[in-house]
Design a protein around this ligand. Structure first.
Ligand code: 3PG
Length: 400
C-alpha cells in the first residue's frame, strides 16, 4: 500500500476488501477488533485523497439480502473510529452502491452492503464469481486487499476481483503475514502451541504440520475429549468426535516418536448440563481427574491442576501460538481455563500470537490488555490455514 500511496491516490476510487465480520448481539457490536484493524489502511487512503469504498462479508447469509447480516452497524462504527462521516450503500453493486461511490468526494469513505447478499460472491462456479467480480470492478480503479480473516476463501471479492484491477496489500494483511512468517520460518524455540476449541476435525491439518515444528502442543477445549478417548479414557457425555479417534491416536504416536511433547488435561470441570449462556446462572461444576469423567457428565473446561500445568509449559516459551478457548469461556464458571492460558501468554518471555476468532474475542471480553500480547490475529481459519502451509487464494491473488 505504501507503493500505491507514494504513486498518489487523490481522486482514485479505491476498493478496500476488509473483514468486518464482527460478532453482533442484535445490532450491537460485541467486539470491534476487526474494524479497528482496518482503520490504518482506510485512514491512509482517505488522507491521501482517495475515494474509499470499503467492502466485506458479515456472517453467512444465503446469497440474498437479510437484515440480520447487514453491515450498517459496522459502517457506523468505522465512521466513529475514523472520526468522519461514512456513507452506507444499502446494496452491493446496485443503484445505491453506484450512487454512494459517485457521490464520494476525495478523501471520503463509503461502505457497501454485505458482499454475501449476492450469490456470486461465494459461488463455486468460476463464471458466476467472475460476473460478480466484473460488477464490483466497475465501482473502482484500484484494489486493496486488507481482509486478512477472509484470505483463505476463494470468493469473488477476495480472489477474482484483484485480477481485474491494479492490486495492493493493505497494512493489516502485511502485518498478519509478517507475524505468521515468523512462526513458519526460523521460529525461536521453545515453540509452544496451545490449541482448543470445539472440534478436533478443524485442527487436524494444523496439528499435522505442527508435529514437525512445535516443541510442545497443549490441548484443551472440546477437542481435548477426543484425545482423552484416544488415550483410552471414557469421557462421559463430553464432546467427542469418535470417527477422529484413530487419527488422533496416530498423531499421539507420531508426537512420541518425533519428540514433540503433547500435553493433555489432567483434570477437568464437569457438569450434567451445558450452562445457560444467556442468564449465566451458576453452573456449580465439579472437578474430576481427566481419566475419571463420570458417565453422565460433560467436560466443559480444563481443571485447576491443568491450568497450573499449562502455565508451567508456557513459562519458558520463546514463541507461542494459541488458537481456541480451553473451555466454555462465555460462562464465568468455565472461563478460568481460558483466562489461565491467556495470562500465561502475557507472562511468557517470548513472542506470543493469539490466533483470531474465538480466542481473540476471549482475550478482549475477559478483560486482557491487547498490548500485552505480541500479536492478536484477526484471522481464525485464515491463520490456521497459513500455518498448515496452504496457498491462500486472497494472498496468491495479491502476489500475482
Ligand atoms: C472468519 O470469521 O473467520 C472470517 O470472517 C471468514 O468467515 P467465514 O468462515 O464465514 O468465511
Amino acid at each position: 500500500i505504501d507503493e500505491l500511496l507514494s504513486e498518489g491516490v487523490a481522486g482514485k476510487r479505491v476498493f478496500v476488501r476488509a473483514d468486518l465480520n464482527v460478532p453482533l448481539d442484535g445490532t450491537t457490536i460485541t467486539d470491534d477488533g476487526r474494524i479497528r484493524a482496518v482503520v490504518p489502511t482506510v485512514k491512509a487512503l482517505a488522507d491521501g485523497g482517495a475515494r474509499v469504498i470499503v467492502a466485506s462479508h458479515l456472517g453467512r447469509p444465503k446469497g440474498a439480502p437479510d437484515p440480520v447480516f447487514s453491515l450498517a452497524p459496522a459502517a457506523a462504527r468505522l465512521g466513529e473510529l475514523l472520526g468522519a462521516d461514512v456513507a452506507f450503500a444499502e446494496d452491493t453493486v446496485g443503484t445505491a452502491a453506484e450512487a454512494a461511490v459517485n457521490g464520494l468526494a476525495d478523501g471520503r469513505v463509503a461502505v457497501i452492503e454485505n458482499l454475501r447478499f449476492n450469490p456470486g460472491e461465494t459461488s463455486k462456479d468460476d463464471t458466476e464469481r467472475a460476473a460478480f467480480a466484473d460488477k464490483l470492478a466497475g465501482l473502482a480503479d484500484v484494489y486493496v486487499g486488507d481482509g486478512f480473516g477472509a484470505v483463505h476463501r476463494k470468493h469473488a471479492s477476495v480472489f477474482d476481483l484483484p485480477k481485474r484491477l491494479p492490486h495492493y496489500a493493505g497494512y493489516l494483511i502485511a502485518t498478519e503475514v509478517g507475524v505468521l512468517k515468523k512462526l513458519t520460518d526460523d521460529v525461536e524455540r521453545p515453540y509452544v502451541v496451545a490449541l482448543g476449541g470445539a472440534k478436533v476435525s478443524d485442527k487436524l491439518a494444523v496439528i499435522d504440520q505442527l508435529l514437525g515444528k512445535a516443541d510442545r502442543l497443549l490441548i484443551g477445549g472440546g477437542m481435548a475429549y477426543t484425545f482423552l478417548k484416544a488415550q483410552g479414557h471414557e469421557v462421559g457425555i463430553s464432546l467427542l468426535q469418535e470417527d477422529q479417534v484413530p487419527v488422533v491416536k496416530e498423531y499421539m504416536e507420531r508426537a512420541e516418536k518425533s519428540g514433540v511433547e503433547l500435553v493433555l488435561p489432567v483434570d477437568v470441570l464437569v457438569a450434567t448440563e451445558f450452562p445457560d449462556l444467556k442468564t449465566k446462572a451458576p453452573a456449580n461444576p465439579a472437578t474430576v481427574a481427566a481419566d475419571a469423567i463420570p458417565a453422565d457428565q460433560e467436560g466443559l473446561d480444563i481443571g485447576p491442576e491443568t491450568r497450573k500445568l499449562y502455565a508451567s509449559k508456557l513459562a519458558d516459551a520463546a514463541t507461542v501460538f494459541w488458537n481456541g478457548p480451553m473451555g466454555v469461556f462465555e460462562h464465568p464458571d468455565y472461563a478460568e481455563g481460558t483466562k489461565a492460558v491467556a495470562q500465561a501468554l502475557v507472562d511468557a518471555p517470548g513472542f506470543t500470537v493469539v490466533g483470531g476468532g474465538d480466542s481473540a474475542a476471549a482475550v478482549r471480553t475477559l478483560g486482557f490488555d491487547e498490548n500485552a500480547f505480541g500479536h492478536i490475529s484477526t484471522g481464525g481459519g485464515a491463520s490456521l490455514e497459513y500455518l498448515e502451509g496452504k496457498t491462500l487464494p486472497g494472498l496468491a491473488a495479491l502476489e500475482d
